[in-house]
Write a protein that binds this ligand. Structure first.
Ligand code: ADP
Length: 391
């Protein structure tokens, strides 16, 4: 029997680079390198098998993805002898107006993706860079771009439109939404975990370095907190989230900051880092005795609570809340704080299940389900890549 084709997946986040290999639907390995807040001698490349057992772990001198990609290709030769890599799927943060479905990468597509960099300056350059690297190392293998914006193509016009003169909407200045690959991963798992949440009104909280909420009705996005760029919405690790546009005018006029300086301030110096003045990592803040650290965590949770209220209003009620991504999956503290503040919505929270890291975090008579589900953006990209090559 011929073996299933191998698909490589590259997922460049704002603070990490992850890679996975799938043989058909079966995960073969995961690999990654941590990108930020680390000096080169602290950076570690890791490759693990599907059970999480280490295959390789060691220092990497650069954050260039080519060393990671090459290491993974070398490992695959041993793990899957005789199997050919048939496609590489890439997470691309911004698809703009044109890309609302996965697309095979051509030189023309690549130029268009690059032109979207101003809309996602933290991510898009990494995404496009990774496509170029993969094209260099595997020139004959088809590459597919899968978009974080695409899942939100189902949002109604009220959710897309900013209150600006209409001509800007026509120029593409509108609310797009992000983290779509993660939301698709959750939507695809909901029917098996909680059928009522799958067909009902569910708010998914993707809380990682970047953080956003998605209001899903029957598994489709109808509202989200990020908008024109991934800067909007919740407080994040280093991003300010939603901010009065008047603040930007103030910084331009009265503080004489340049647009680049303002971008740096809002993208990299704000959020948990800016408010605490200590760290962008929630783990450091939870461990810190400093009052500023506690305030930053409180503000993070408050903004989640506040925006779950807005998502609930957009949905006309609430059947389920899902926590996912680095913070959502791993911080019982944040999940508990958020759910306790939302008790009025009919949430009966099960603290013991929360501490145990269960999937179901609500008690039996809770009107609203609370779930903790691991997101798997890489599996979604692999599926979309395989489908794009068949279409
Ligand atoms: P990215 O957006 O880069 O993909 P992740 O989804 O990997 O980010 O989330 C990274 C964040 O998750 C880190 O900033 C860290 O604050 C948080 N995190 C990871 N593990 C824990 C934990 N055990 N407790 C609290 N926060 C955690």
């Amino acid at each position: 029997m011929p073996s299933a084709p191998l698909i490589l997946v590259l997922n460049a986040g704002s603070s990490s680079l992850k890679l996975a290999a799938f043989s058909g639907d079966r995960l073969v390995l995961r690999a990654g390198v941590e990108r930020t807040n680390q000096t080169p001698d602290q950076r570690r490349l890791w490759i693990v098998d599907p059970e999480g057992q280490t295959i390789e772990h060691g220092p990497v001198p650069t954050i260039d993805s080519s060393s990671l990609l090459q290491a993974v290709i070398d490992t695959l030769v041993t793990l899957c002898p005789g199997q050919r890599i048939t496609a590489v799927g890439h997470r691309v943060v911004h698809g703009g107006d044109r890309f609302t479905a996965p697309v095979r990468v051509t030189p023309e597509v690549l130029v268009e993706l690059e032109s979207l960099t101003p809309l996602a300056p933290l991510h898009q350059p990494h995404n496009v860079g990774e496509i170029r690297t993969a094209l260099r190392i595997l020139p004959d293998v088809p590459q597919v771009a899968c978009f974080d914006t695409a899942f939100h193509a189902t949002m109604p016009w009220q959710e897309r439109m900013l209150g600006l003169p209409r001509k800007y909407y026509q120029q593409g200045v509108k609310r797009y939404g992000f983290h779509g690959l993660s939301y698709e991963s959750i939507a695809s798992r909901l029917p098996a975990i909680d059928p009522r949440a799958a067909v009902g009104r569910t708010v998914v909280c993707h809380l990682g370095s970047g953080a956003s909420l998605c209001a899903m009705s029957g598994g489709k996005s109808i509202a989200t907190t990020m908008s024109f760029t991934p800067l909007d919405g919740l407080l994040m690790s280093t991003r300010a989230g939603a901010i009065d546009a008047g603040v930007i005018l103030h910084l331009l006029r009265n503080e004489q900051l340049s647009p680049d300086q303002i971008e740096h301030l809002l993208d990299r110096e704000s959020g948990l880092l800016g408010v605490s003045g200590i760290s962008s990592d929630l783990r450091d803040l939870l461990a810190s005795p400093a009052p500023e650290a506690a305030e930053a965590v409180d503000l993070f949770c408050y903004r989640v609570v506040r925006d779950i209220g807005a998502m609930t209003a957009a949905l006309g009620g609430l059947d389920a809340i899902v926590f996912t991504a680095g913070i959502g999956e791993n911080s019982p503290d944040v999940r508990e704080r958020v759910c306790i503040q939302l008790a009025w919505l009919g949430i009966e929270f099960d603290s013991a299940a929360n501490l145990a890291g269960s999937v179901t975090l609500h008690s039996q008579h809770s009107r609203v389900s609370v779930l903790r589900i691991q997101t798997d953006e890489e599996a979604v990209i692999a599926r979309q890549t395989a489908n794009a090559l068949v279409d």
